[in-house]
Structure formats: C-alpha cells, structure tokens
Design a protein around this ligand. Structure first.
Ligand SMILES: CC(=O)c1cc(-c2ccccn2)c2ncccn12
Length: 121
C-alpha cells in the first residue's frame, strides 16, 4: 500500500480509537488534545520526562504501537499525572487532570477492558 491509501483498521485499533474518543469527551476544554509546549508551559520539557496527549495516542494507534488496551491505559494515566506534576494543585490544569483521571479510569476499568478484549480475540 502506498502511504496515501488508507490501511484497514485492525479490531484492536478500532477498540483503541473508540476508547480515545470516549476519553476525549471528558476533556471538553481540549487541554489534553495536543502536546504541551515549552512556549505555553515554561520548562515543561525539562520537568516532564514522558510527555503524552490525545493526538500522540492517536498517532500511536495508527502506527500500531499499542499491542494491548492496557498500554493505552498506561499512557492515559501518564498524561494525567504529568499535568498534576507540572501544574500546581490550585491551577485549572491540575484540577482538570484529576477529574479526567477519575472519569477516565471508569472508562478504562478492568472489567470493561476485559470484555472489550474478548470481542477483539
Ligand atoms: C495539560 C497541561 O498541562 C496544559 C495544557 C495547557 C493548554 C492546552 C490548550 C490550550 C492552552 N493551554 C496548558 N497551558 C499551560 C500549562 C499547562 N497546560
């Protein structure tokens, strides 16, 4: 396939994209939609060793970097934890990250992932 032609999505990719869509709905301000830059967050790249955001997750799905649903859960948690490390507790970003982590863990709870895994196998 040359680059232009769409590649068929695997069942895993479809499940991953569906989960990311559900998680992004919990980020209405799109604070987590794109990578945090040092421009909007001074010193960010020297403080945060593993940056993550929803657009990077979607790229990883497209490049088949995720081998399981659990790997997405790890990236999601890292993304929220980064925001709670860099941003002070009273900031809107810290508060949004706590709330997003809480609602995201319900979407990514083990029972839900296990039943999704069944449908992929
Ligand atoms: C997620 C995060 O830490 C974040 C997102 C943003 C952000 C995201 C979109 C538009 C504006 N700001 C931000 N700005 C300053 C400091 C931290 N942040």
């Amino acid at each position: 396939l040359d680059k232009r032609e769409e590649k068929e999505q695997t069942p895993l990719q479809e499940a991953l994209n569906q989960l990311i869509r559900q998680l992004q709905r919990k980020d209405p301000n799109a604070f987590f939609a794109f990578p945090v830059t040092d421009l909007i967050a001074p010193g960010y790249s020297s403080i945060i060793k593993r940056p993550m955001d929803f657009s990077t997750m979607k790229d990883k799905v497209k490049k088949e970097c995720y081998r399981s649903l659990d790997e997405l859960k790890v990236d999601f948690r890292v993304m929220c934890e980064n925001a709670m490390i860099y941003n002070k507790p009273e900031t809107i970003y810290h508060k949004a990250a706590r709330k997003l982590l809480h609602s995201g863990m319900k979407i990514l709870n083990q029972e839900r992932l296990d039943s999704l895994k069944q449908s992929i196998d």
